[in-house]
Design a protein around this ligand. Structure first.
Ligand SMILES: [Zn+2]
Length: 427
């Protein structure tokens, strides 16, 4: 039969229909509640699971004999062994055999697109998702540049449907936790859309576009999935696993909790909830938890904006600011200009990490470069109406003034470049 033939999974199933039954005759397997599971099959993949090393060796020998009886061959090169480790535990070198051929022991293994690592951690998986999401984001970005420049709504939609789709794979497992790498991806995209500098604070960018942290959605998805599994919608084994997990939390000391349990508890606590109060919520409880998390996210954001050093004059508004909402597809440039002024990118005085010299006004080079200085004091801004101009308003008023300042800066730059040349040439 040819590879990729649509019949192959069916044939595979027929051939291997009794493998679990066969394995049940010997040792090995993993206990889940009162049940025991030896193998997990998906399409043409077989997974053997065991709690001890010797039991797994025994299972491997038995599977080999079983396949030989059926005259089936598997690739020992593609087959791997992974040993999950509990906290600590010293590394020792083990050898695994498939007849006379060696089986490689690996530290991570990808199964159905999920990268599992021996510690049971999610970091490896997240890393891979981020890598893939970055590639997609580059593509989505340049497509948006060509097709809907200035149309923020569409550009966010593109992100939500394509980049998030890639990023969220396996969210049911890691979703309770807030991952800074995942938040960084969204914030980076938002900065791109508004044409902001890379060091514009994430909370400012999210506020400007009224976007919540990714954790709000990932946590909700993980919760909803948990609920479905508990109801048995993901099969009996899934239900038993979930039951076991919640039972463990009740029984053992918090120090012994798995990472997943801790992340879940932290997620609930952020919304001020305990396991008991969660159950009191009843139907649509995870929606309610999400609403709480949104409130917390907004509070945290508000707090950071109040304390912001780089964006002290930021003008917070309800909803998405008018200059973004009203922006036409051909007005992308104007929108970026307003965003940059509102989000503090056009002032150097705010950039506390720069040397004092670099924080000075690019026009007069005397005072720190701040909007108020430009409006009231700067000798290079001759227009007397300047002092009455509002530049941080959500409707983008005063953008002609912003343009004028930017042009004056360019002019000043050219001037000093010319002066530099004259000096250099006069030797
Ligand atoms: Zn000045």
């Amino acid at each position: 039969m040819r590879q990729g033939c649509p019949l192959s999974p069916t044939l595979f199933n027929i051939y291997l229909a009794d493998i679990e039954e066969e394995m049940r005759k010997g040792r090995g397997g993993v206990k889940i509640g009162e049940e025991r599971v030896w193998t997990i099959e998906y399409a043409d993949d077989i997974l053997l699971v065991a709690e001890e090393e010797e039991a797994l060796r025994d299972m491997i020998r038995r599977v080999k004999r079983y396949l030989e009886r059926k005259k089936l061959v598997i690739s020992s090169e593609k087959s791997k062994v992974m040993v999950f480790k509990n906290k600590g535990g010293r590394e020792k070198e083990r050898y695994w055999w498939w007849g006379k051929e060696r089986l490689e022991e690996v530290k991570t293994y990808k199964y159905l697109g999920y990268v599992m690592s021996r510690s049971g951690g999610e970091v490896e998986h997240i890393k891979e998702r981020i890598r893939r999401a970055r590639v997609a984001m580059g593509w989505v970005w340049s497509y948006g540049e060509r097709k809907f420049k200035g149309d923020v709504r569409w550009r966010l939609k593109l992100f939500d449907s394509i980049v998030k789709g890639i990023l969220y794979y396996g969210v049911e497992i890691w979703g309770y936790k807030e991952w800074k790498e995942i938040e960084a991806i969204q914030e980076k995209y938002l900065r791109w859309v508004l044409g902001l500098e890379w060091n514009t604070p994430g909370y400012i960018v999210r506020e400007e576009l009224k976007r919540n942290k990714m954790r709000v959605e990932t946590g909700w998805r993980a919760g909803r999935w948990e609920e479905r599994i508990q109801k048995g919608e993901g099969g009996e084994i899934g239900r038993l696993c979930m039951l076991e997990r919640r039972k463990e939390e009740g029984e053992c000391d918090m120090k012994e909790w798995t990472r997943e349990s801790i992340e879940r508890r932290d997620y609930l606590w952020r919304g001020g909830l305990s396991e008991e109060s969660l159950n009191e919520y009843g139907e649509d409880k995870w929606e309610k938890v999400r609403d709480r998390d949104i409130e917390v996210d907004e509070q945290e954001r508000g707090e950071r904006i109040r304390r912001s050093k780089t964006c002290r004059k930021y003008n917070k508004v309800y909803g998405i600011p008018e200059y973004i909402r009203r922006c036409g597809r051909k007005e992308g440039k104007k929108m970026v200009r307003i965003a940059r002024w509102r989000c503090g990118n056009e002032e150097r005085g705010n950039k506390y990490w720069l040397k004092e010299e670099e924080r000075k006004c690019r026009l007069c080079r005397k005072e720190r470069e701040e909007v108020e200085h430009l409006k009231r004091e700067c000798e290079y801004v001759k227009d007397k109406r300047s002092r009455w101009i509002e530049v941080l308003n959500e409707d983008g008023r005063g953008h002609e003034w912003m343009e004028m300042i930017e042009r004056a800066r360019e002019e000043r730059e050219r001037e000093s470049a010319r002066a530099g040349e004259r000096e250099g040439g006069g030797e």
